[in-house]
Design a protein around this ligand. Structure first.
Ligand SMILES: *Cc1c(COP(=O)(O)O)cnc(C)c1O
Length: 382
């Protein structure tokens, strides 16, 4: 049999994930939140960074909780020996509750069926009482019980000997728009539920509301814990929040890099890539880079003026992004050679391309750019 293929050397494209940056960002966010705790949100493969390595680094940096979207994501953490508390951000399907119990995940609940299923799963496993968090919908209308519904669910949880009322939480819809008063409205609705439950003698140990944007912009809403995803990765939740001083202290953890695979001269007037969209004004050195939309480089970047760094200079993507490769216009630069490093996201020399640069060019958000960096891109941890 052939020796194992070197995935980075043969792939010539990779993502570098700086775990020191994750630890640093977790430390800053934990200090910002204190005395509240930090929950590191590592759903979707830690926003494309790799959930296991990021979870470990975040815990080392100061996070005490982890959060994921899916039971399978929690399972991945447990399988790698991570025993920190893991919050599931939506109510798991009834059929998943046995796994939730077996994996000691902390489910979020907001329906009577959810409470029933969780209690049954604990009883069936003869497991110790399971802490659960109850989610209140205060206006985003994605998941969660109404105020009345949440009180009923919390009471049902408190009545079940198999369950412990471990937390109450909500989620903000517009915390990334610091001037939008709706977040205050959500806070007021949430506080009212906290108080109603307190008057019934139900005060869970963890009350929480803030995502990254809330943690950064709403210090009065930290309660007992903040749930940070995007800020942990060193990326601002929105361009509006990039100006917050603390955001400037965060370090982007991910860079996307590749090597030039092929170089040729293309005469003036000829166009490159599918569609032959834009004829070159001048003869140019055109570099081929083996990374494309299947790896998370948005197709639209080829239309809207995406740039990459080679030799410390910004260079335009020439023509359509293809599935596996892009073409880069290096102008009259004859020094670009196969093997040269290309930075798609990250720093090279004095230049930098950020996930938000891409996002604004293709009319999306940095979250989608990061999550889009696909499994075909090997990750190198440093
Ligand atoms: C994804 C998510 C978060 C993290 O959001 P960021 O904006 O990345 O900090 C927090 N809470 C919930 C419920 C989420 O779904």
């Amino acid at each position: 049999m052939a020796a194992q293929v070197d995935v980075v050397a043969t792939r010539r494209a990779w993502a570098e994930v700086d775990l020191g940056a994750i630890r640093h960002n977790a430390g800053l966010l934990a200090a910002l939140a204190a005395p509240a705790s930090l929950c590191a949100v590592v759903k979707a493969g830690a926003y494309g960074h790799g959930s296991v390595a990021v979870a470990r680094a975040a815990l080392e940096g100061g996070a005490s909780w982890l959060a994921v979207a899916l039971v399978t994501e929690g399972e991945t953490l447990r399988r790698h020996g991570i025993d920190a508390p893991v919050l599931l951000l939506s109510e798991p399907p009834v059929e998943a509750m046995d796994d939730v119990v077996a994996l000691s995940l902390t489910p979020t609940l907001y329906t009577a069926q959810g409470v029933e299923a969780a209690a049954k799963a604990v009883a069936a496993a003869a497991a110790p009482p399971l802490a659960v968090h109850v989610k209140v919908d205060t206006g985003m209308h994605r998941v969660g019980a109404s105020a009345d519904g949440a009180v009923a669910v919390a009471k049902a949880v408190a009545e079940r000997p198999e369950l412990v009322f471990g937390g109450l939480w909500t989620h903000f819809a517009v915390a990334d728009e610091p001037a939008n008063p709706f977040t205050d409205e959500q806070c007021a609705r949430f506080d009212a539920v906290v108080e109603r439950l307190a008057s019934l003698g139900l005060r869970p140990p963890l009350v929480h509301a803030c995502n990254s944007a809330g943690a950064l912009a709403m210090p009065g809403a930290h309660h007992d814990m903040v749930r940070c995803g995007i800020a942990l990765y060193g990326v601002a939740p929105s361009p509006a929040l990039a100006a917050v001083e603390l955001v400037a202290g965060l370090r982007p953890a991910l860079s996307l890099r590749a090597r030039v695979s092929y170089v040729k001269k293309v005469p003036a007037g000829q166009a490159v890539s599918y569609g032959l969209r834009r004829p070159l004004a001048q003869a140019a050195t055109v570099a081929t880079v083996p990374v494309g939309y299947a790896d998370g480089v948005p197709w639209r970047l080829g239309v809207t003026g995406g740039e990459v760094l080679i030799g410390g200079r910004r260079r335009p993507i020439a023509g359509s992004v293809t599935m596996d490769q892009i073409l880069v216009d290096c102008g009259d630069d004859d020094r670009v050679l196969p093997g040269d490093e290309v930075v798609l996201i990250g720093r090279q020399g004095g230049e930098q391309v950020t996930a938000w640069d891409w996002a604004t060019k293709v009319d999306t958000i940095a979250y989608e750019v990061l999550c889009g960096i696909g499994p075909r891109v090997p990750k190198i941890y440093g």
